[in-house]
Design a protein around this ligand. Structure first.
Ligand SMILES: Nc1nc2c(c(=O)[nH]1)N[C@H]1C(S)=C(S)[C@@H](COP(=O)(O)OP(=O)(O)OC[C@H]3O[C@@H](n4cnc5c(=O)[nH]c(N)nc54)[C@H](O)[C@@H]3O)O[C@H]1N2
Ligand SMILES: Nc1nc2c(c(=O)[nH]1)N[C@H]1C(S)=C(S)[C@@H](COP(=O)(O)OP(=O)(O)OC[C@H]3O[C@@H](n4cnc5c(=O)[nH]c(N)nc54)[C@H](O)[C@@H]3O)O[C@H]1N2
Ligand code: SF4
Ligand SMILES: [Mo]
Length: 717
């Protein structure tokens, strides 16, 4: 029996794990009490991680589609087949006929993060899509516009703040997002123990709202008006105190006229928030000694995602929170992804090119997923004919999943890198299953960049992979070397492949640590060897002030009234009247929710995570149920412009009247041919069968999956 220390990479919290292994099998997982970040905290998914390792439904070797079903093939045969088909597609239709869809888990491993940009470049395609555009694309866009890199993402300094305003996030369940803060419950309790306050603005009284000092309902999709009114109050009451930011922020004066129409009274009806509540929140935010506004999906997944999230920056900047302890801060990661990633890839930029069918601007070299199906299904030059799907499940996670489903079935060639046959890659020609995370060495290159404390950690391999298996990185490198061979000839490709294998991951990590902030600037003089001496992770202390030094804008200044934002503002202004009229109507709006024991569309194949409250059901206010003749447990049909699905009703006054709530990522049983059999046996439908790919934020392209107009009626028969 042996004990190993690693961090969990199922979600952004990255909790430290203590893993017990017997005869190369994971037999126990618990929280690592010596991890400086998580201090022993663990959620149920961390423990259930071993189920993935032992899951009989997981693919363990490459398979190819045949008329008679999936056929096992060898790795080399699979790599040759995939490379040939991709190269054939490119020869026939050009590089942009090959699209990539990158799922959420790619951010949790060094391999895909580093290798996928290389593969895109080698294939010569700009057709890059990812889960980010159903998630945080407004945040990346604004970080690029304001700070100069889409990866310079500020986080609330929760460990030192006295006032935290949470808008459209439920960290007690999501464990924090674009904010690596394991055991966030404890951290939020810390705010209150210091005499501070946590306030939540959300259409649902969430788990986070329940444990907060105050919670205010807001009508879905109207945060832009609520936030604008907060800014309006702060400016007109003379509460703006940008402090040190004045030295490097331009355009503050322009904000006043922008927000002038949005007095608390003017937005009250649209948002469903009393004017005096908004006014008081603005005063509380401005008056707190240390404060931060934190917003996530509820703000980003709306048609005003960019403008609304911009107002989050404005509030933090006007009240002097940017780059100040207890405020709105930037981490300084030992592996400096915001700098390295920006300098080695094409992700710095916006609107350098547009999507073919709808003309939506790229953001950080990505197109939005709302238009993926268009690009596959619309004939003409540049039509997508082949796709590489890595760690994603767009059929269940992207708006109008039925259309995505049909589009994937229409492709000439689809290859997927995934553990399972899921609802999306059931259309694949080839599936390449990777080893699980504990079977490979790990170094987190992403989340320390959005952490509430600076830290660094090396993760050793915990169990030996079975013979004849490959990690994500090995799979991507094998494909890359074959594409390189076609591009530059076998000899140069082989040399390049060998160089890559020598470099990845240890040498690269070592070099990055040495040239990074904690190798050069700070006293630590980090190297990989030094980091490896800290099996529980090395704490680099609370966040420090880094501005304007870390700005990556050409003039090292922040332009707050950025023209991209001001150009969208007339749409925001014009929308208030409609939002006010809508608020008076009977229109129901659908929002989403997450569950602690669930993870987007996966981890539903483990029995211990899919019992009790982790189920698919429609939450609805009792008054809305009564007016539709729906009692608790009744079957309801929820329909939108796009389609309809059914769900059992759970009446609760945790929901704002007029709002209904469903989780996403379910409905495994609604598609044939998936390998996760337990998941497919569970009740549920996919909410993305009714979300609408025509609803998106036109600035960032982010999908507006929340605030979806729906009708709800009792199911008959
Ligand atoms: N309606 C609605 N839709 C949403 C959301 C919402 O709130 N509401 N949320 C959106 C958000 S925020 C996100 S991030 C997306 C997620 O959307 P996706 O990224 O498309 O979906 P996931 O469920 O994360 O898919 C994970 C897949 O990756 C596989 N996988 C897991 N780990 C690994 C690994 O290490 N390597 C490889 N190769 N494969 C792996 C799993 O088996 C699974 O098939 O969903 C979005 N969709
Ligand atoms: N257990 C678990 N943890 C996860 C995940 C998971 O699936 N399960 N997914 C991970 C991923 S990929 C992500 S991106 C993060 C997401 O992290 P969070 O953003 O914290 O996730 P959600 O729980 O979706 O929180 C969104 C909140 O916004 C509210 N909301 C909806 N519409 C509106 C609106 O219009 N205005 C306002 N103000 N609020 C609104 C919802 O009620 C909900 O409480 O979670 C991550 N962590
Ligand atoms: S909160 Fe849970 S899933 Fe997220 S890192 Fe920690 S143990 Fe893993
Ligand atoms: Mo996400």
């Amino acid at each position: 029996m042996s004990v190993h220390y690693r961090s969990c990479n199922l979600c952004e919290a990255s909790c430290g794990l203590e893993i017990t292994v017997e005869a190369n099998r994971v037999v126990g997982i618990r929280g690592d009490r010596e991890d400086p970040m998580s201090q022993g905290y663990l959620c149920p998914k961390g423990v259930a991680w071993q189920d993935l390792h032992n899951d009989p439904d997981r693919l363990r070797h490459p398979v190819r589609r045949t008329a008679a079903g999936w056929e096992r093939i060898g790795w080399d045969e699979a790599f040759d087949l995939v490379a040939d088909r991709l190269l054939q597609t490119r020869a026939r239709h050009g590089g942009d006929s090959i699209a990539f869809y990158l799922g959420n888990p790619i951010t949790h491993g060094w391999g895909p993060i580093i290798l996928i940009p290389m593969l895109l470049k080698a294939l010569g395609t700009r057709q890059r899509y990812s889960a980010a555009s159903v998630d945080q694309q407004p945040q990346h866009l604004l970080s690029y516009l304001l700070f100069g890199s889409p990866l310079l993402l500020p986080v609330p300094d929760v460990d030192r703040t006295d006032f935290l305003l949470v808008v459209g996030g439920n960290p007690l369940v999501s464990n924090g997002s674009i904010m690596t803060a394991p055991n966030i419950k404890r951290r939020l309790e810390g705010i209150r123990e210091r005499g501070g306050r946590v306030v939540v603005v959300d259409p649902r009284r969430t788990e986070t709202a329940r444990s907060a000092d105050a919670h205010h309902f807001i009508r879905p999709g109207t945060d832009v008006y609520f936030l604008a009114a907060m800014v309006q109050v702060i400016i007109t009451e003379g509460l703006a105190r940008p402090g040190r930011a004045r030295d490097y922020v331009d355009g503050i004066a322009a904000i006043e006229s922008m927000v002038a129409p949005f007095t608390p009274e003017a937005v009250s009806e649209a948002t469903g928030m009393p004017a005096d509540v908004i006014r008081q929140l603005a005063r509380d935010l401005a008056g707190a000694r240390r404060a931060a506004v934190y917003a996530r999906l509820g703000v980003c997944q709306t048609v005003y995602g960019t403008s609304a999230y911009w107002l989050v920056h404005v509030l933090n900047i006007l009240t002097g929170r940017l780059d100040e302890a207890g405020g709105w801060m930037l981490a300084e990661p030992a592996f400096d992804l915001p700098v390295i990633g920006a300098k080695t890839t094409d992700l710095i930029g916006y609107d350098r090119w547009r999507s073919r069918v709808r003309g939506i601007p790229e953001v950080a070299a990505e197109f939005p997923t709302v238009t993926l199906a268009d690009e596959i299904l619309t004939p003409g030059p540049g039509q997508v004919r082949a796709m590489v799907l890595v760690a994603g499940n767009p059929v269940l996670t992207v708006p109008d999943g039925r259309r995505i489903d049909a589009a994937l079935a229409d492709l000439d060639f689809l290859v997927s890198v995934d553990y399972y046959v899921n609802e999306s890659n059931r259309h694949a020609d080839v599936i390449l299953p990777p080893t699980a995370a504990l079977e490979r060495e790990e170094f987190d290159v992403v989340f320390p960049a959005v952490s509430v404390r600076n830290h660094v950690r090396w993760g050793p391999r915990v169990v030996q992979p079975a013979p004849d298996t490959r990690s994500d990185a090995e799979i991507l490198m094998a494909l890359l070397s074959r594409i390189d061979a076609a591009n530059m000839g076998p000899r140069r490709a082989k040399a390049l492949d060998q160089a890559r294998r020598r470099l990845l991951p240890r040498r690269l990590v070592d070099i990055a640590l040495r040239i990074g902030p904690w190798g050069v600037r700070h006293r630590e003089r980090l190297t990989l060897r030094k980091v490896q001496r800290f099996p529980h992770g090395l704490d680099l202390g609370p966040l420090q002030s880094v501005l304007p030094r870390r700005l990556m804008t050409s003039d090292k200044r922040i332009r707050l009234d950025h023209p991209v934002v001001t150009a969208d503002w007339p749409r925001v202004v014009a929308g208030l009247e409609k939002a006010t009229v809508d608020a008076r109507s009977e229109q129901m709006l659908l929002i989403g929710r997450r569950h602690l024991r669930s993870n987007n569309s996966w981890m539903h194949n483990t029995e211990r995570l899919t019992t009790g409250s982790n189920t698919y059901s429609l939450l609805m206010h009792p008054d809305d149920g009564a007016s539709r003749g729906l009692a608790d447990g009744d079957r309801a049909v929820i329909s939108s412009r796009v389609g309809e699905i059914a769900a059992d009703v759970r009446l609760t006054d945790d929901l704002m009247p007029g709002v209904v709530c469903l989780p996403h990522g379910w409905g495994h049983g609604t598609r044939d041919g998936v390998s996760w059999l337990h998941a497919a046996s569970l009740d549920g439908a996919s909410v993305n069968d009714i979300t609408d790919d025509q609803r998106y934020d036109p600035v960032s392209g982010n999908a507006a999956v929340t605030a979806l107009p729906v009708t709800v009626r009792a199911a008959t028969g």
